[in-house]
Design a binder for this molecule. Structure first.
Ligand code: 6R9
Length: 642
């Protein structure tokens, strides 16, 4: 399908960039990056303006932007707006129960952030210290991030759905001595015992100086005297002013753990100046944000999308950003549109998995709510199939609202490939064109650079301000993961097609990273959780097509001698993975098998396992290098019975 849809005309006329602007600005962003980004850096208030703009190399890998600039990102997101919009809403909070929530003005946000920052200081947090944030989707989660940025502490947000083991691993890796959490959270009517999970994580051993606890639900929790502090109590005792720490542009802002194809999740490190400019600039152009509009990104702050487009991008632009604690199907499938109607949301940004799940419920839950406030729709996290795109455009947006399909990664800090609302026609299923400063290249099987319409591995040549700078504590892993496949290029891990109009169509990961409902999970992580179970000898995990989640988790499992597969064991393995990693990582299909297909050198042939999981037995490729080629038929027979 190569259908083109033009954005509605009134929108084009009022947009921040039209087609001619895009062409000129894009060309200049590549031919004169210093000039271009010096101008865009003007969106940020600097304590000392940078004189050096781009200074990077991909071989050896050393990336710096705005190197001699000094700024504070919290000041840019909060204090800077006090003069002109102290009474304007910064965060609109919609709780898990409909209508439960509040609105927080920039003035009130300032007071909250100062209080939280002073609480952190009172616990001993200093510039450069890592603070782990494990919170529900409530304003205090954003407040904690901003408070860290204010005092120069490095936040490491851990998604509230992660298990004690996952929290513990991240605390250890970041050598973080401080935690901010809440007594509990609610999602879809269910209690999430956040404080209890933190207690369990810390019980596994960690050197912790303080845990700051936000009272959200008022539920019963355990308390460790001397270690735990109530935010509302400590907050009473602290001063009501807190200066913003002057930060060098290349000082770390945050670490965010994300799954790769090997090993443990890695701590993606972002620094202050480049990330600030990147999120501020992309937010302005991609969402075409106009003062006074209400912007709603449904992502949790536990993911990069929440960092860049719930908190930093919107607030750096003085926007009103909606924070939603709940889920799309609680109390029913019309929840998103109920919120859109009540809060008069103008710009709505969500993930394809949510769109597909809602689409299955038909138009009724959508059309019963007034969506006339909507002006722009966005999608992020995984490829959006053209059917879901159409439904989003036709039913949700009534063909009035351009759909921006935004491709990017935790590593890129912000949006990289997208159409711009006033500049480009849309093609359902295609992310679109590169954003300013983004220079994509498609590389073929032999490392050759492909030109024109082609399919290959998506690389980026040249740095952009929002690029991650390192893997926390392991720069070599950064170099190895992203820059060793193709010398001198950043390799994204995604496959991609470029069409004759220069539009990019992301086809998905080409490495062992799964994308489950827009959440990244490494097959290696799930395998290591499975083999951690006493009954399991070996495990191999692959993705397979799933109607709602995009990809499902397919686990091939061999058992220890003498152990028989039973439905109880299957249930137990599922529960085991859920507690080891997270419910997100719960296996969709467990396939018990006597053996895994291996080469003679002992490597599991994942290519074959993927095909069998997909029920595609026609093109298994060469199976002659297998130690036991007859195993393939056994696996196929077993698959057919699933
Ligand atoms: C922002 C975010 C990154 C991976 C990425 C790709 C997939 C994200 C996409 C998309 C197709 C889009 N992805 N957006 N694929 N179209 N619009 O999702 O970051 O969690 O790090 O995931 O997600 O495969 O490589 P992250």
């Amino acid at each position: 399908m190569n259908e083109r849809i033009s954005p509605p005309q009134p929108l084009v006329a009022a947009s921040h960039a039209n087609a001619a602007d895009y062409e000129a600005m894009y060309r200049r962003s590549l031919s004169d990056p210093d000039g271009f980004w010096r101008e865009q850096a003007g969106r940020i208030g600097w304590i000392r303006e940078p004189t050096r703009i781009a200074d990077w190399s991909f071989d050896p890998v050393d990336i710096k932007w705005f190197e001699d600039g000094v700024l504070n990102l919290c000041w840019n997101c909060v204090d800077r707006h006090l003069e002109s919009r102290a009474d304007q809403t910064a965060f609109l909070f919609e709780g898990d129960e409909p209508g439960e929530g509040r609105s927080i003005s920039y003035g009130a946000l300032y007071r909250e952030v100062v209080r939280m920052a002073n609480c952190l200081k009172a616990m001993g947090v200093a510039k450069g210290d890592r603070v782990t944030i494990y919170m529900p989707m409530i304003p205090e989660a954003a407040v904690a991030m901003l408070a860290c940025a204010r005092i120069g502490a490095v936040h490491s947000v851990v998604f509230g759905g992660f298990s004690p083991d996952a929290i513990h691993g991240r605390i250890e890796d970041a050598a973080s001595r401080f935690v901010v959490t809440a007594d509990g959270g609610k999602r879809g009517g269910k209690l999430v015992p956040l404080k209890a999970n933190v207690d369990a994580a810390l019980a596994r051993g960690a050197e912790i100086d303080g845990v700051l606890v936000v009272r959200h639900l008022g539920c019963d929790i355990q308390w460790v005297e001397g270690r735990d502090h109530w935010y509302h109590e400590l907050g009473e005792t602290v001063p009501d002013e807190c200066p913003c720490e002057p930060m060098n542009a290349e000082d770390p802002l945050f670490i965010l753990y994300t799954s790769g194809s090997t090993g443990k999740p890695k701590g993606v490190l972002h620094t202050t100046g480049g990330y600030a400019v990147w999120t501020a600039t992309t937010f302005h152009y991609v969402f075409d944000y106009k003062p006074g509009e209400i912007f709603w990104c449904t992502a949790d702050v536990g993911w990069v999308t929440g960092h860049s487009y719930v908190v930093y991008g919107p607030l750096a632009n003085g926007a009103t950003s909606l924070i939603f604690e709940g889920v799309p199907n609680y109390p029913d499938f019309s929840r998103f549109w109920d919120v859109v109607e009540r809060q008069r949301v103008n710009i709505f940004y969500t993930a394809p998995t949510a769109i597909r799940a809602l689409m299955r419920e038909g138009e009724g839950p959508v059309t019963k709510h007034d969506r006339s406030s909507l002006r722009l729709l966005g999608s992020v996290g995984e490829p959006i199939n053209p059917e879901a795109w159409r439904w989003y455009w036709d039913v949700v947006g009534e063909q009035r609202c351009p759909v921006v399909d935004t491709w990017w990664q935790t590593e890129t800090g912000g949006i990289m490939i997208t159409t711009l609302p006033g500049a480009h026609d849309m093609k359902p299923g295609s992310a679109g064109r590169p954003f300013f400063g983004v220079d994509p290249q498609l590389v073929g099987p032999d490392g050759e650079v492909l030109s024109g319409a082609a399919s290959g591995n998506l690389c980026l040549v040249g740095s952009w301000p929002g690029q991650m700078r390192s893997v926390y504590g392991d720069h070599q892993r950064f170099v190895q993961t992203y820059f060793s496949t193709y010398a001198g290029k950043y390799f994204t891990g995604d496959g991609c097609r470029r069409d004759e109009d220069g539009y990019y169509w992301i086809t998905g990961r080409v490495d062992d990273v799964l994308n489950i409902s827009g959440h990244r999970l490494g097959t290696a992580e799930i395998e290591s959780a499975l083999v951690g179970h006493a009954a399991v000898a070996e495990a191999a995990v692959v993705g397979y097509p799933h109607d709602i989640k995009g990809q499902g988790i397919y686990c091939y499992v061999t058992l220890m001698e003498g152990i028989e597969p039973t439905p109880e064991l299957e249930k137990d393995l599922r529960a085991h993975v859920r507690t080891e990693i997270s419910p997100i990582a719960s296996p969709d299909l467990i396939h018990f098998t006597p053996a895994l297909p291996k080469t003679r050198s002992g490597k599991i042939m994942r290519r074959i396992l993927r095909k069998i999981a997909e029920n595609d037995y026609s093109s298994l490729g060469d199976t002659s290098t297998l130690a036991d080629p007859s195993l393939v038929d056994v696996l196929i027979d077993e698959r057919k019975k699933k």
